[in-house]
Every structure is written in C-alpha cells, then in structure tokens.
Design a protein around this ligand. Structure first.
Ligand code: HEM
Length: 366
C-alpha cells in the first residue's frame, strides 16, 4: 500500500472524507435537462477566488494614505515584477464578476428558480449582489486617482437626496464634508476587511440554501410539471439524473475556462478597457475633470438621477426598483415556472433589461 493510500485511509477512518466526497460529487445527482446557465455560480466562485488572491498581493505594496496611495499603485504597475498583471487581473476581474452576476441573476429570473422553496437563496443572492457592488465602489477610491476621487464624490453625493438626513449621510460616508483622508480610511477598511468577511459569510449561507433545497429542475421540456404546494421541507431529488462529478463538473470547467480566457484576453490585449484616462492622473480636489462617469454598471442609476428634476424622486425610483427585485419571490407567488406560460413576467423581464441597457447607453453618452 502506498504512503498516499495510507494517509488517505488514516484520515478517512477518522473523518469519513470519502463519504462526504461521494455524497457531494459522484452521488450528487443533477436534473437530466440541466443547462449551461447553471455553471455561472461556479464561475462566480472562481472569479471571486482570483479577486481574493490578487487583492492580498496588491495589499503587500499598496499604501492607504492620500499622499502615497497613487504613487504606491504606480509602483505596483511599473516597478514591482508582474505588479501590472496582478492589478489588471483585479480590475478586469471585478468587471467580469459583475457581468457573470447579472447573467446568473437573469437566468435565475428567467427559469423562475427564485420561487418556493428558494426564496432565501434569492434573498441571500440579492444581498451578495449589493455587497459586490459595494466592493466595487469602495475599491474604486483606493488608487486615489482623479477618477477615484470624482467618481466617489458623485456617488456619495447621491445620498444627499434623502430628505432631512441626506447631508448627514453624506458626511458619515465621507467622514467629512468632502472626500478626504477619512473617506480613504473607511473605504479601505470596508474593502479589504469588512465587506470580504461579510461576503464569505453570505456565500456560505447562499451555498447552504442551494444545497439544502437541491438544484431546481429547469422548467423546460414535455415532462415538466410545476410542483404542488409545500407544507413541509423537502429536498428536491433528481433520481436518474446526471452526477455532478465528473459529468457536470466538466461543463463547469468549460465555462470557467471561457471566462478565464476572456479575462486573460482583456488583461493582455485591452487592459484599459474599464479604465478611462482620468484613472491615470493623481487625485486633484481642486480640478474637476470634464467627463466623469461612474463605472458601466452604475450608469443606469446615475442617469436615473439626472432624468428626474427632483433628485429625491430619482433616488426613490431606484430604491423602489431594487426593493421590488429583492422581494420578487414574495410578490410573484404563482407556482408556474415555464417562461412561455408567464407572459406578464416575460414582458417585464424584457422591458427591465431594455430599460437598464437604454439608461446605461444614455448615461454613457449624456
Ligand atoms: C457572489 C455572488 C454569487 C455566487 C458566488 C453564487 C453562487 C451560486 C451557486 C454556486 C449556485 C448553484 C449553481 C447555479 O445555479 O449556478 C447558485 C444558485 C442560485 N443562486 Fe447564486 N450566487 C451568487 C449571486 C446570486 C444572486 C445575485 C442571485 C439573485 C439575486 C442568486 C440567486 C441564486 C438562486 C435562486 C440559485 C438557485 C438556482 C437553482 O436552484 O436553480 N445568486 N448560486
């Protein structure tokens, strides 16, 4: 018996690791008609893994001080071996994560996987979406460039639209009247510690919910019938389904590879795709750049604030839209999941995507 075999046997005797692996890999059966959209969760986990590693490496040289932050990032880019690679992977990776997140959410919406018993999976996912956007927002300030400074000024300014306590919220977010040293301090703490900790916890909750309820069967094909009402907990088994490992894991690996190739292609051939020129100039609180825009995924919100003459109204519309999305499983209570039999939903789905895209393009060119 090889040493490896002996070590594995020793651990297995004490922890039953083989049993855990079998139950979660080869004996974990997925619906026979499962499709490629179910790989996006695994894609997200991989991309977040990369963010975590590159983030820790960036921390080695980054200095969270308004006098040194910009120069420390320039040092990472120009002097530290492969520093540019680590930084671009982190920046481009964050954008690909938002793309994968939106696709994951849209596929869950289209297949109505948010319905009973997956309301908690949806709510934990929705919180993850907001936390991810929070991570993007706080990370944007750290390089202390013109873009960082002014984009954060515009973003925190939006909170001023809240009646009565708006100015206090803005002051609280910034740690003063303007974006300053205190803002950098709190955004840094949130970005590298507070939010990632909460993120890890929420991912755990999300995966627990997914695993407990069982992956939903895609609502397509002749044999599909919506499930009846539930009164007790029941794991959704897929007897006769395909094993997660190796069958579906191969599909996961293929889509993950696609995203990794895309990440590498952007990093090597178009690294500044998500970085406008103002991202390469040091922050100057006394010079407002001519064109300052938030990142593409915040453009819809930015444009909504500009459309309404009253800023509070714009903010209220945004909050209402996000609240609607968060509470969707509690609003849309029917058990029907087949898209073709949910015409009202389909209209809202397409219109929602249309409005998001239109506002983003409008915001970009406005
Ligand atoms: C950091 C972000 C996220 C990670 C790492 C993540 C991870 C996962 C994984 C691994 C799965 C199982 C496989 C799959 O269906 O892809 C899953 C399923 C699910 N996710 Fe997420 N997710 C995230 C964000 C979200 C968001 C933003 C939502 C919706 C607002 C969401 C809602 C769901 C739902 C409802 C399921 C169950 C799907 C089913 O059983 O058919 N997730 N997620």
């Amino acid at each position: 018996m090889s040493v490896y075999q002996r070590v594995v046997d020793w651990i297995d005797l004490r922890l039953g690791v083989r049993d855990i692996l079998e139950q979660n890999l080869t004996h974990y059966l997925l619906p026979r008609n499962i499709n490629v959209w179910y790989t996006l969760g695994a894609v997200l986990l991989t991309l977040f893994g990369i963010q975590f590693i590159t983030g820790i490496l960036l921390l080695v040289y980054y200095v969270p001080d308004t006098g040194q932050a910009f120069d420390s990032v320039q040092q990472i880019m120009n002097e530290i071996p492969f520093g540019w690679l680590i930084r671009y992977l982190h920046v481009v990776g964050s954008n690909l994560i938002v793309i994968a997140l939106l696709l994951h959410m849209l596929s869950v919406l289209f297949m109505a996987a948010y319905k009973t018993p997956r309301e908690l999976t949806w709510v934990s996912g929705f919180l993850l979406l907001n936390l991810t956007l929070g991570l993007c927002l706080t990370g944007y300030l750290l390089p202390w460039s013109q873009l960082s400074f002014w984009a954060t000024t515009v973003a925190t300014d939006a909170a001023g639209a809240v009646p009565v306590i708006g100015d206090d919220i803005v002051r609280f977010l910034r740690g003063g009247a303007m974006v300053n040293e205190a803002t950098l301090g709190r955004f840094f703490a949130l970005h590298v510690m507070g939010m990632p900790l909460l993120f890890g916890l929420l991912v755990g909750v999300h995966l627990f919910c997914v695993r407990r309820a069982g992956i939903s069967r895609p609502p397509f094909g002749d044999g599909y019938v919506p499930r009846g009402p539930r009164y007790t907990f029941e794991h959704e088994h897929h007897y006769g389904g395909i094993p997660f490992f190796p069958n579906y894991a191969v599909k996961d690996a293929a889509v993950i590879s696609f995203f990794l190739v895309l990440l590498a292609a952007i990093v090597f051939f178009w690294p500044t795709l998500f970085m406008p020129p103002a991202g390469f100039e040091p922050a100057d609180p006394f010079t407002t750049p001519e064109h300052i825009k938030p990142e593409w995924y915040f453009l819809w919100a930015y444009q909504t604030l500009r459309i309404f003459p009253d800023k509070f109204l714009g903010l209220a519309v945004q909050v209402a839209a996000m609240t609607f999305l968060a509470l969707l499983p509690f609003i849309d209570r029917s058990r029907e999941r087949r898209p073709a039999r949910r015409p009202l939903f389909l209209i809202c789905f397409v219109a929602g995507i249309g409005v998001f895209v239109a506002l983003s393009i409008w915001g970009h060119y406005a």
